[in-house]
Structures are given as C-alpha cells and as structure tokens.
Write a protein that binds this ligand. Structure first.
Ligand SMILES: [Zn+2]
Length: 448
C-alpha cells in the first residue's frame, strides 16, 4: 500500500512511499513502488502503531477541580509543606516546588484528586470496572494504539486485552504499607498470574507483570518480591514533591492522606530517602522497571536511569504522561534533559481520570505545541522507545522488514511543510486507521 508519507521511525520520512506486508509482517518499506499498489491510502501518514507506556484502563473520567476551589470542600489551601526546603530537602527541588506549583491556581491538587480516584474505585463493582476497560480499550485502538502497558487490579483487564487485537503488558497492582493489605494484593495478583500459561500469553500477544504502586503506598517487601519474580515491573516514582518529603521525613500531606484512609503504618520505613532507591537498591536492580512519571528525579540521579546502569541486560525506562503531568501543575518534567543524558523516555497517557483521551498522538501533539519538541524525537518516544521499554522492539515500534505490521494511519492537512513531522504533530486531524499484524482492525479500511 502507498500513502503521502511513510514514517519508518528508524529512518527519515518517505514521501509517496510504500509498505508491503506479507503474512502479517512488514516485507518492505521504500520509495518507488514497482507496479500498481493494491491500496492507495491517499493524504495520510503511515506510522508504526503507537505504544502507550502507562495507562489504567479500569479507571473512568474524573472532572478536574482546580486547586482554588478546594476551600469549598473544607480543606486547607495548598501550601508548601512546612519541612520542605528546610532540613533534608534539596534546595533545587524546593525552588521548583515554590515557583511552578503554586503560581498557577488553575491546577489541581494531586492528593485531592487521589482521594476522588479512591472514592471512584470504592464505588465501582467488578462489572463497572470491566465496562470501563472495554470502553477505554476501544478508544485506545481507535487512537492507533497497537501496544499498551496497563496497570490493573489483580489482572482484571486481562480477559479484554488478551481478546483484543493489541500487544500488552498487564501489570497487576501491589499496594499496601500495612502487611495485611500488602499480602492481600500480592496473593490476588499471583492467583491471576499463576493461571496464565505461556501458550495463552503468545496467543494473547500479552504478558503479565507486577506493579508495586508507589513508594508512599507500597511497603519494601512488596518491591523486593516483585523484583524477585522475573516479571516485567512498573511503579509510580518521583511523582510529586509530597512523595519526596515523605521519604525524607516520614511527614507531610501524604502521611495525613494515608492516615485519613487508615492506610498509614507507624512502623513503615522507606527503602531509602531517594526515589531511585526503590528500583536501584541492591537486588531491586535485578529487574526491568518501567517508571511512571519520574518528574522529581534530581539530575544527580539520572545516571541510575540509563540502560547501562542496569545489570544483566535488565531495562529501565521512564513513561512520561504529559497532559496528566500538566493537570497537576508540577515542576517542569525533565524529559528533554533525561533524553540528553541517554535515558529512554517513552510516552503514556495515564488514565482518563487525569487525561482527556487515551491517545498517545494527542500527548505528543501537546508536547509539540507547548515545547516545540522535535518531531522525530516525539515520534520515537511514542513508538519505538515504548516498545523497547516493554521488551518488544524486535517485534514492533518501527516500520522495518520482519517486524509485525502494526501501524497507525493519520489523516494529513493539505498544506506542505518543511518538516513533514509537522504534518502529524501540528494538526488536529485524527487517526483514520489502525492495523495490527497486517489487518486493519479499526478505521475506514477494515475488511480491505
Ligand atoms: Zn498511573
């Protein structure tokens, strides 16, 4: 088939190029096709299918409430925590905290939002959650997603994902500072994982993983058990200043939040005072880690997130979720500095509870508009880097002979631009087709 532009990712865009497919795999990608193509897709771009490196399909929308309205809920207005910037907290972090977070009253407080996510989860039965998974999975496929990293309660999303035309790693969430709660989530996760054999994983194009939720919610032994499991791992890390404060002082708004929930454990000690300790200390290093967010890593910790800092070929990558990050008014995300330092940063949407759509393309367009980020880099973050982080880069993530024909087809504007990437990112035109293993599974060419 031919199109106005092919974006192979591991090579420059090809105007008027073609992709040929043989038994679900890419057979050739090039410029001048000999003969008549079976399908001319017209004024569109063919890119690799998008890889959503961080989402929670079981969550539903939560309307944003800006921080300034929190008085009405009877809560104190957001203030930098008392201990912040004094003993223990780093001055540069305090500066980020003070300048970025509180100058913009339109942003939402993340802990207040977390309370609402928990209320939503508690008010939902398994059927509600499964309906949300089905809905969110459908929007992901329509948005050109061909691989995703989903974090879910004890494999709840597995049946829907494994039946869908998509690749995935499904991370079962481990959570609990209190031993009883930790044991419960651990045994629920393993009840699910132990039922999935290798043959089922292959036919599902999906694998199970584990996700110790976050340093502030998940005790040390759960992180260690996860790292010993040999499964792919994901965790929310360096997500908010309150997390850093809790690790350094065991105090602050997150502690109050956990106490209110009855989830605080007086005997809890963090694995270490820095977020990096939760994936790098001792044997925790012996695993693949996909880090959700990573906003508050300090530059002197970046080296630990480079692939070379992992042992025995284990992988580490950061999944940045730009619009979710922006909703909470955090300090600027250091993704460009991280990429410059050799860290693999891929893109995620996070859930519809914090982002307007489950489209990785929309996340990339947001960055392109806000930061004028470089087009080839954004496309690589949205595809190949995510595939690498999920150990699937030999199968998907770029248009290369031998890889699976997992593609997104994006409508293009009529204009001409100097950099063809602008046709994709400087536009609101939608994904009009999604192909998985050589078959159009969504969009206007289904059945072709
Ligand atoms: Zn998340």
């Amino acid at each position: 088939m031919t199109a106005r532009y092919i974006f192979p990712v591991e090579g420059p865009p090809i105007p008027g190029g073609y992709v040929t497919i043989d038994r679900g795999r890419i057979a050739a990608v090039g410029q001048s096709f000999n003969g008549t193509p079976d399908l001319n897709l017209g004024n569109v771009a063919i890119t690799p299918g998008f890889v959503n490196a961080h989402t929670h399909l079981e969550l539903s929308e939560i309307p944003a409430i800006p921080d300034s309205s929190r008085h009405r809920e009877g809560e104190a207005p957001a203030k930098p925590p008392k201990e912040f910037g004094s003993a223990g907290a780093s001055p540069s972090l305090f500066k980020q905290f003070a300048t970025s977070r509180f100058d913009d009253n339109a942003k939402e407080n993340e802990i207040a939002w977390l309370r609402r996510v928990i209320a939503q989860r508690r008010g939902s039965g398994p059927d509600d959650l499964k309906n949300a998974v089905a809905r969110n999975l459908e929007s992901s496929l329509v948005a050109g997603t061909t691989m995703l990293a989903d974090t879910t309660t004890a494999g709840l999303s597995w049946d829907a994902i494994s039946a869908a035309p998509v690749r995935a790693v499904v991370f079962a969430e481990l959570i609990g500072l209190k031993r009883e709660r930790g044991l419960q989530t651990h045994s629920d996760a393993w009840d699910w994982i132990s039922k999935i054999g290798p043959a089922e994983q292959v036919s599902a194009c999906a694998r199970p993983g584990l996700s110790p939720h976050a340093p502030y919610s998940t005790s040390e032994w759960l992180y260690h058990r996860a790292a010993a499991s040999r499964l792919p791992l994901s965790t929310h890390l360096a997500e908010m200043p309150e997390e850093i404060e809790l690790l350094e002082t065991r105090q602050g708004p997150l502690r109050t939040f956990l106490e209110d929930l009855g989830a605080w454990d007086e005997s809890w000690e963090p694995i270490g005072p820095r977020p990096g300790d939760f994936i790098r200390k001792g044997e925790l290093r012996e695993a693949d880690w996909l880090i959700a967010h990573g906003t508050y890593f300090e530059p002197d910790e970046f080296w630990q997130l480079r692939p070379e800092a992992s042992s025995h070929g284990h992988r580490v990558a950061v999944a940045y979720c730009p619009r979710t990050h922006s909703r909470f008014g955090h300090a600027p995300h250091p993704y460009l500095a991280m990429l410059e330092r050799g860290i693999v940063v891929c893109l995620g949407t996070d859930s519809v509870a914090s982002t307007p759509s489950l489209s990785v393309l929309d996340e990339a367009r947001f960055l392109h508009r806000r930061d004028n980020s470089n087009g080839p880099l954004l496309l690589t973050m949205a595809t190949l880097f995510g595939a690498w982080a999920l150990r699937s880069e030999t199968t998907t993530g770029s248009l290369k002979p031998g890889k699976s024909a997992d593609l997104a087809v994006i409508a293009l504007p009529d204009r001409v631009t100097e950099d063809p990437h602008d046709l994709i990112f400087d536009s609101d035109l939608p994904v009009v087709g999604t192909m998985f293993e050589g078959e159009f599974i969504r969009g206007k060419w289904v059945g072709n």
